[in-house]
Design a binder for this molecule. Structure first.
Ligand code: NAG
Ligand code: NAG
Length: 515
């Protein structure tokens, strides 16, 4: 009895002394962007921290120390997202809709900051840390000033300029390809293109997004009561990105820009729902996963292509699990199972999965790689073409564009991936590389979050380069200064020489005259 009491007391004492209140906010409508941060938050909750998570996607299960706050998305924004998803799946260039998407994200986020429950939370609660999921949402950093606590930014994709700006990480355009480009394109012309792309990104796109974001910041965190937008961006303690050099290539990284790629790949896969488990366990010839992730949707695949895909599936001896966002799939073959939402990572971990037909979103690529599953890539847009090319180059995928899908091409692609052992061998080796780390992705992320908490925002990680403007950060001011000095020195020398030369000429002229 006393021992029990003592243990309870001990647990209570240790957990309370290390437990912190963390406010997580992620206002993206893309579930695949929110999910990795949710897994991090769950892990933090498991370790005794008190989590409040604001997002459109509450967890399906109850987790101790974890409070979900659901953001309601208006019909207008839900519709817009559906529209975008349709266009995106049909292969439209998503960048054309970037402004529309941003407006919508801003609306949702601004409404969230304005909501009565948020106002109440801001008036009555305290937090030790703000963990902000990035979705063109720098203005959320005002919350860190409100609660007078440090901030960490989480982003589920590649390292982008909005993030490097926060900590002053160099973009290194001389050797690091923009997410729109691939490494093999980095010849001289490629480097010119890369520099121009980065310039466009920094001076046009980001400047505009920044200008719009600042309006929301100033509205919600007025300058008479809060620190400025720019100040709060530079005050970010740490940025976590869901990439890893084994997938996206090495690049210079500051100590407070930490790669936690594969965060959503659980060290031990969670048990599958009963129907999926039986379907996969009984797949004696193996199974294939087909998913376009959460932003694109299979139901929006052009109808003629849908027919082809189903016809090819019906002729396979393998079983197919298909992410399909509707209850019905007319003409569904017997060997196909459909589901609106799939635990993708846990399915990929099943030993009977032989191939993954994917749109090559970065998350899916990392999950497939970590689980050693070869990919048939059908990239749609954004960074997916680059991701697909990269894994084709690494040798564990084939690429098949939506427009090129025919019965023959899809059958051939499947045959190649399923019967040529090369793909599985290579991705098996890649999986070993991806997992060989001092700590797995979850532990790395938790370690760094707790590091920031332990050291009160860890200001010693702040890189002085973060406070420099573009000209200073690239030493352009110093180079211009040196040129100016050289130029001035040259002018002075020329003047002096001219003077001496003139005098000596004069002197010799006089000499001549005298003679
Ligand atoms: C943010 O919300 C407030 C209150 O609803 C509104 O007045 C303001 O215009 C909104 N700002 C933006 C940029 O949408
Ligand atoms: C953020 O700003 C506060 C207040 O000026 C400062 O004490 C802290 O060191 C800053 N943190 C970082 C990481 O720059």
């Amino acid at each position: 009895m006393t021992l029990k009491f003592f243990i309870v007391l001990l647990i209570f004492a240790t957990s309370s002394s290390e437990s912190s209140k963390v406010l997580c906010i992620h206002t993206s409508f893309a579930k695949s962007h929110v999910m990795p941060m949710q897994l991090l938050a769950k892990e933090l909750a498991n370790r005794g921290h008190e989590i409040t998570f604001i997002s459109p996607f509450p967890l399906s299960e109850k987790v101790n120390n974890y409070r979900d706050v659901k953001i309601e998305i208006s019909d207008r924004d839900a519709q817009l997202f559906e529209e975008l998803s349709k266009k995106f799946t049909a292969g439209a260039n998503i960048f054309k809709f970037a402004i529309e998407l941003m407006n919508s994200l801003h609306r949702v986020s601004n409404d969230t900051l304005q909501s009565s429950w948020m106002r109440e939370m801001m008036a009555t609660e305290n937090f030790d840390l703000v963990l902000s999921g990035y979705s063109m949402s720098e203005y959320q950093l005002g919350l860190a000033d409100h609660f007078k606590c440090p901030s960490i930014v989480f982003w589920s994709g590649h390292v982008i300029s909005s993030l490097t700006k926060m900590v002053g990480n160099p973009l290194s355009p001389e050797a690091v390809p923009n997410p729109m480009m691939s490494r093999k394109e980095m010849s001289f012309i490629g480097r010119v293109k890369n520099l121009l792309l980065n310039g466009l990104d920094l001076f046009v796109i980001r400047s505009y997004f920044n200008y719009r974001s600042k309006i929301i910041y100033d509205y919600n965190f007025p300058p008479d009561r809060y620190r400025s937008y720019d100040e709060m961006i530079r005050n970010v303690s740490l940025v976590l990105v869901n990439t890893h050099f084994t997938s996206s290539g090495p690049r210079p990284l500051l100590p407070n820009l930490v790669e936690v790629g594969g965060l959503q790949v659980k060290p031990n896969p969670a048990p599958l729902p009963e129907d999926l488990k039986t379907f996969l366990d009984d797949a004696k010839d193996g199974a294939i996963l087909f998913s376009f992730g959460s932003n694109a949707k299979s139901i929006y695949i052009p109808e003629d292509k849908q027919k082809i895909i189903l016809k090819v599936f019906s002729k396979l001896k393998q079983r197919v699990i298909m992410k399909w966002e509707s209850d019905v799939l007319p003409g569904k073959p017997k060997n196909v199972l459909i589901s609106k939402w799939l635990p993708q990572d846990d399915i990929l971990a099943h030993p009977n999965i032989k191939a993954f037909i994917s749109h090559c979103g970065y998350g899916g690529v990392i999950e497939a790689k970590s689980n050693g599953v070869p990919i048939i890539g059908i990239p749609l847009g954004a960074d997916q073409k680059g991701n697909a090319d990269k894994i084709v180059e690494e040798g564990w995928a084939v690429r098949l564009d939506m427009t090129d899908i025919t019965e023959e091409s899809l059958t051939n692609a499947l045959k190649e991936i399923l019967s040529n052992p090369k793909y599985r061998d290579i991705v098996g080796k890649q999986a070993i590389l991806a997992k060989d780390r001092p700590m797995n992705a979850q532990d790395t992320a938790v370690y760094w979050v707790e590091y920031v908490l332990r050291h009160n925002g860890a200001p010693h990680l702040h890189y002085p380069g973060a406070d420099l403007n573009f000209f200073q950060a690239n030493s352009i001011d110093v180079i211009l200064f040196i040129f100016a000095v050289i130029y001035a020195a040259f002018k002075v020398i020329k003047l002096i020489c001219g003077f001496i030369f003139c005098r000596s000429k004069k002197g010799s002229n006089e000499k001549l005259k005298r003679n």
